[in-house]
Each structure stands twice: as structure tokens, then as C-alpha cells.
Design a binder for this molecule. Structure first.
Ligand SMILES: [Zn+2]
Length: 92
């Protein structure tokens, strides 16, 4: 009973991420790429935390809550941002 309660508390505190990834390098990366056209979708299912989605082409990047190398995920977030800057082709 006691164990179940403490697990529930832990689970609850994990849930109150408020849109912020628990791993700082990833939270910072997501913050730095926040812009129109990119959307952070929280799922919280299993080890999946959510995903970063490009609203222009629909591509997404899976974000795990406890990746082995958070910095690696942070780099992938930055690359996803660069890759999905769908510039409108003006003046052509
Ligand atoms: Zn895209």
C-alpha cells in the first residue's frame, strides 16, 4: 500500500511537466526552437514523452522522457528545426 502510494506520487510529479521536458538539455532545445510551424506534442505514454511536430509538412521527431544521451536528442531537435524551416518562396 505504501509503495503504491509513493509510486503514484512520483508518477504525478512526473506528469506536471507543464510542457517542459524533464531533461534540461532537451527542454532548452525545445525552448530555443519554439516558433510558428513547430509544435511540441506531449503524449506521456511509456518511455515516450512526446514529439516535436512540423505543422507545415506533418513530420515529427519522437522525444523520450529519459533518453540515454539527452544532448543527442537536443541536437536532433536543433537539426529538425533547421530542416523544417519551410521558407515561403517569395519573389520568384
Ligand atoms: Zn516540415
Amino acid at each position: 500500500m505504501y509503495v503504491a502510494q509513493s509510486q503514484r506520487l512520483l508518477y504525478t510529479s512526473n506528469m506536471v511537466s507543464g510542457g517542459r521536458h524533464p531533461k534540461k538539455p532537451i527542454a532548452d532545445a525545445l525552448k530555443s526552437v519554439a516558433r510558428d510551424g513547430l509544435m511540441v506534442v506531449e503524449i506521456h505514454r511509456g518511455h515516450r514523452w512526446g514529439m516535436l511536430r512540423c505543422t507545415v509538412c506533418g513530420a515529427d521527431l519522437a522525444l523520450h522522457s529519459t533518453p540515454r544521451v539527452p544532448e543527442d536528442t537536443a541536437r536532433r531537435v536543433a537539426r529538425f528545426d533547421v530542416k523544417h524551416r519551410h521558407q515561403p518562396e517569395e519573389g520568384q
